[in-house]
Design a protein around this ligand. Structure first.
Ligand code: FRU
Length: 554
């Protein structure tokens, strides 16, 4: 298998031995062996190989498995991303994202990993001209496993480039088939010359939660790509009353002090802990920032606490909890005041009513508070397909507080992806529109109240539709496996619906962000539809449907 290195100076790949065999990986330039490696392990590890630019190489391997392989180290890496090489049987080819992702199962304008598993967004920040999205990743399979930090960057929050994996699991875990863990979720703080990542180091014996050990760590990167100087900041089990749940550091500055919020269980209750520091390295426990009293809530994951529109907002993903409409593990928001390091919530609500939204994280840039969340799949709707990926991320949403509620609008840059206008009408007559590509935007504006139904996907057995009236909207999927859960948004007055359909998922924004619902619905074709019916045709001011452009290059 041959390739020309072009402008790339480095190759990274994840390899392991085939069970019971001794493998060999070789990189040759002409007759000369440049790199030779015999892995003595059966759990994937990342190998880095230095290569010369503009050189013909041959890869030879036997008895090893490769989960991902890419070229990197190029000077313009933030412009172009990494260059994937893919092995199909004995053939190796360079693959473009646009080709591999253009299937019914992959998002066209929502960020998704190149292949395999992702969960929480991590380390969201803006640094040196780019937005950075790190994320929980298992690069090898479409299931959760040893956690790495994947990485992507974007100039506009919309067009992302895949970049080299940023953090790896500890060797202790990679050396034992009995253990699992790795670099768990966390956040980033940018300084003039680089990015500090704060994250949890997790190690546990598979299937034995009592052995979980979670400690907080920090590492530094000058370029956002290579993280060095990792330091342990807060050891596991170091605070009286805290059990094994101790993770997801979100670090921020307020009143000249650094603060860290952590997901935990404190004296038996799901709790967000608050720590403080003067130098980001020495941390002291302040107090619990928020506790919930429900017994079935072991922890409040991925806490995020920030100042917005003269209030403080706390977001957290509530393990084990069900909302009023029985939605499993929603993200809740609390809005209130923060005085003398004590948070007093004054209102609360569900962040997303759709049932596939978790582990949100926010960051601030140029006055905007931007949220990205993991499009999760609690009820196993995901279907494992070749070159598939489990999980993706919501559109970036701009947050605001209005009337003590959290509003979330797609960032304005999202609208630059609107392509051909497929239909527009200023009345409520029925619409029947087939949409090849199933990647589109629909907007309905109401003048008066009307019951309505919009079918967005339909085949012989399944459907997805949005139904509603003047004061409620509901997403109904025939594929919903969580019986009892309903995906409902109650509003005072329904004025505007915006639908972002992207192959296997939908985001539904109600009234310019008053409510948002994210839902996965696997449609096995690239065929979508927008079939709308309104009981009161005079109630509709405008209906628009646009194609959405893909963000991936073919
Ligand atoms: C939330 C979470 C975090 C943890 C990470 C591990 O989805 O459980 O609390 O850090 O995922 O992947």
């Amino acid at each position: 298998m041959n390739f020309n290195s072009g402008k790339y100076r480095k190759m990274e790949l994840f390899i392991k031995n085939v069970k019971g065999k001794t493998g060999l990986f070789k990189l040759l330039s002409g007759e000369q062996t440049i790199f030779e490696f015999q892995p003595d392990f059966y759990i994937f590890r990342k190998i880095e190989v230095t290569i010369q630019e503009n050189t013909e190489y041959t890869i030879y391997f036997e008895n090893i498995e490769i989960s991902q392989m890419y070229l990197c180290g190029n000077e313009d890496i933030y412009e172009t991303g990494i260059y994937y090489l893919m092995i199909n049987n004995e053939e190796m080819s360079a693959v473009s994202e646009g080709n591999i992702l253009d299937t019914p199962y992959r998002e066209q304008y929502h960020f998704t990993p190149f292949v395999n598993w992702c969960n929480d967004p991590n380390g969201l920040c803006w640094f040196n001209g780019y937005y950075h999205l790190y994320y929980q990743s298992n690069p090898h399979e479409q299931v959760w496993g040893n956690m790495y930090w994947g990485h992507a960057a974007s100039k506009d929050l919309i067009h992302w480039k895949h970049l080299p994996f940023a953090l790896e699991p500890q060797l202790e875990i990679l050396q034992s088939s009995e253990k699992v863990g790795g670099a768990f979720s966390g956040s980033a703080v940018t300084v003039e010359n680089g990015i500090y990542a704060f994250f949890t180091r997790d190690a546990e014996v598979i299937g034995d939660p009592a052995t979980i050990r979670q400690s907080q760590a920090m590492a530094f990167s000058e370029d956002g790509i290579k993280f060095i100087n990792e330091k342990e900041l807060i050891p596991a089990l170091s605070l009286e009353g805290v059990d094994v749940n101790f993770r997801d550091p979100k670090v921020f500055k307020a009143n000249d002090k650094w603060y860290m919020t952590l997901a935990s269980n404190y004296f038996g209750k799901g709790t967000i802990l608050l720590y403080s520091s003067l130098d980001m390295e020495n941390w002291e426990f302040v107090r619990p920032l928020l506790q919930v009293n429900q017994e079935n809530v072991p922890s409040l994951e991925c806490p995020d606490f920030f100042y917005l529109n003269e209030d403080y907002v706390l977001l957290t993903s509530i393990m084990g909890y069900r909302s009023k409409y029985e939605v499993y593990q929603p993200v809740l928001y609390y809005i209130g005041k923060w005085t003398d390091e004590i948070f007093t919530p004054e209102s609360e609500g569900v962040c997303d009513f759709g049932g596939n939204f978790y582990a949100s994280q926010t960051f601030e840039h140029e006055g905007r508070r931007i949220l990205i969340a993991w499009v999760c799949d609690w009820h196993k709707e995901h279907e494992v397909v070749k070159h598939g990926a489990y999980g993706s991320f919501t559109l970036p949403r701009e947050l605001s507080v209005k009337n003590s509620c959290l509003y979330q609008k797609p960032v304005k840059e999202v609208y630059d992806l609107l392509g051909t206008c497929l239909m527009e009408q200023n009345y409520g007559n029925d619409v029947e529109l087939m949409i090849p590509g199933n990647s589109f935007y629909g907007c309905v504006q109401f003048e008066k109240e009307s019951s309505f139904e919009i079918v967005l996907y339909e085949d012989e057995t399944d459907f997805l539709k949005v139904v509603g009236n003047g004061n409620m909207v509901e997403l109904i999927s025939s594929k919903n496996k969580d019986e009892g859960a309903r995906f409902v948004a109650d509003v005072q007055k329904l004025e505007k619906l915006e639908l972002f359909i992207d192959r296997r998922m939908i985001e539904l924004y109600v009234n310019d962000g008053e409510k948002v619902g994210t839902k996965i619905v696997v449609n096995h074709t690239k065929q979508g539809c927008f079939n709308a019916r309104f009981d009161n045709k005079d109630a509709v001011k405008q209906i628009q449907v646009y194609e959405m452009e893909t963000i991936w290059k073919k």
